[in-house]
Design a protein around this ligand. Structure first.
Ligand code: ARG
Length: 458
């Protein structure tokens, strides 16, 4: 008989059991479910709601069940619907009537809300650790590439020279923000709902603060109807995970471009590439493509959860069981993508010469030539026009700006002197941008130090 079977005369259809059972995916919360129950039964004993002796037997048996599960000695039963009732059923099968006292003053509605919060708290920390490892890798790659000049793009058109370190550290900023967003999501996940009951608490004198402390939560939920029906923290986490995937995906897109035959800025290590079944010459950046592809799947889970929640009246409704598969899959996806990505970029070869060569083409120093004129008294708009004409001249004569003779410069403006050549050197272009946020060696060293402080603080 089902744990809730008293009011029923007929049995449920077995196909229906299969349909509404969640054990296939919520069994992964067994640890949280058991630790939550241990804290609950400890509190019931302390409050005299059940006897100390019963409380202790329940706690001890629950911990035995936990180790049995961890040692693969327990098989769950679809008939028992979900992880909560599976564990309660096992408890009752081991200690009979005493086990039946555990669920006093509790509902599966506040129980599941508790379990999923506990589960996601752990996973947020796991993901933050992976994110921090990625930031570490980026910072150490940046350190090795402070002088690696490469093209900076806007519209994927050559714009101004930057360095590979500058480019890498742009992503570090994104991932640091992601880490902060996870801190923030954690705060609102770290609120303890047990004691909300089905929706209206209970008549037993529960000590919710005790359970809160036992389980390491910050505070208790303040409204029982909200306590059982809030899944904002799931949606917030899915949003943050979506943003992280978006960042990874942009980075993957760049790596795919850089790894192409046309760019050859980087080469993926064999461990992170695959071949083609038909074209023998191929070495494809599949891992980067797969991470880019999996972004859609995480976004999908966010959309699906927002949609599931949008029409649900207070308080608990079974629709909410749909919260788990999506967020679990999103968490699993991040836990695979982040380390693969970190290792993939950490092992790729950086072709500094190719980056430099690419930075030399496309007149990326044109702004600097114009700025040189401005510093010599020419109004910026005029300087822009002069250099524009020089670029046109260069295109017609298949030259770059630094290949022009001084006479050719002077033909457009007699203000030009010999030191224009130094001003338009790529190294000068990069290193004279000493403004905070820029690519200069002096500033990038500061930014690396800032990032190291950040890493030491995590
Ligand atoms: N498996 C359910 C879920 O994941 C647990 C809560 C069930 N509560 C209920 N009243 N049916 O949401």
């Amino acid at each position: 008989m089902k744990l809730w079977g008293g009011r029923f005369t007929g049995s449920t259809d077995s196909f229906t059991d299969h349909f509404h059972s969640s054990i296939s995916f919520d069994s992964r919360m067994y640890r949280q479910d058991i630790l939550g129950s241990v804290a609950h039964s400890k509190m019931l004993g302390k409050q005299g709601i059940i006897s100390q002796q019963d409380s202790e037997l329940i706690q001890k048996t629950l911990l035995e069940i936990l180790s049995d599960i961890e040692n693969g000695k327990v098989t769950f039963d679809e008939q028992a619907e979900d992880i909560h009732m599976n564990i309660e059923t096992i408890l009752i099968s081991r200690i009979g009537d005493v086990g039946k006292r555990l669920h006093t003053g509790r509902s599966r509605n506040d129980q599941v809300a508790l379990d999923i919060r506990m589960y996601l708290k752990d996973e947020i920390k796991n993901i933050q650790k992976l994110l921090t490892e990625l930031i570490e890798t980026l910072v150490s790659m940046a350190e090795k590439n402070i002088r690696t000049i490469m093209p900076g793009y806007t519209h994927l058109q050559n714009a101004q020279p930057v360095t590979f370190a500058h480019h890498l550290l742009a992503y570090t900023e994104m991932f640091k923000r992601d880490n902060e967003r996870l801190d923030d999501a954690y705060k609102r996940t770290n609120v303890m709902p047990l004691g909300s009951g089905a929706l209206a608490t209970t008549t037993y004198p529960l000590d919710r603060d005790f359970v809160c402390r036992e389980l390491g939560f910050d505070s208790v939920t303040l409204n029982s109807m909200d306590g059982v029906s809030d899944r904002d923290f799931v949606i917030e986490l899915l949003s943050v995970l979506s943003i992280i995937m978006m960042h990874l995906s942009r980075f993957c897109e760049e790596i795919i471009i850089w790894n192409s035959q046309q760019y050859k800025f980087v080469e993926m290590d064999d461990a992170y590439s695959t071949g083609s079944s038909i074209m023998p010459q191929k070495k494809n950046p599949d891992m980067a493509e797969l991470i880019r592809g999996k972004t859609g799947r995480v976004y999908g889970h966010l959309m699906s959860m927002l949609t599931t929640m949008k029409g649900i009246p207070l308080a608990y409704n079974k629709d909410m069981q749909e919260d788990k598969e999506g967020v679990f899959d999103a968490v699993d996806t991040l836990k695979m993508c982040l380390p693969v990505f970190t290792r993939m970029i950490g092992t790729m070869t950086v072709n500094k010469d190719n980056m430099y060569r690419a930075a030399k083409g496309g007149f990326m120093n044109a702004t600097d030539a114009a700025d040189w004129l401005v510093k010599h008294g020419v109004p910026f708009r005029d300087a822009h026009a002069i250099v524009g004409r020089l670029v046109l001249y260069c295109i017609d004569h298949s030259k770059s700006l630094d290949e022009l003779t001084l006479d050719e410069f002077k033909a457009e403006s007699d203000i030009f002197t010999e030191d224009i050549y130094n001003a338009i050197k790529l190294e000068t272009c990069v290193n004279s941008r000493t403004v905070a946020g820029g690519p200069s060696e002096s500033y990038i060293k500061k930014l690396i130090a800032i990032n190291k402080d950040y890493l030491n603080g995590r």
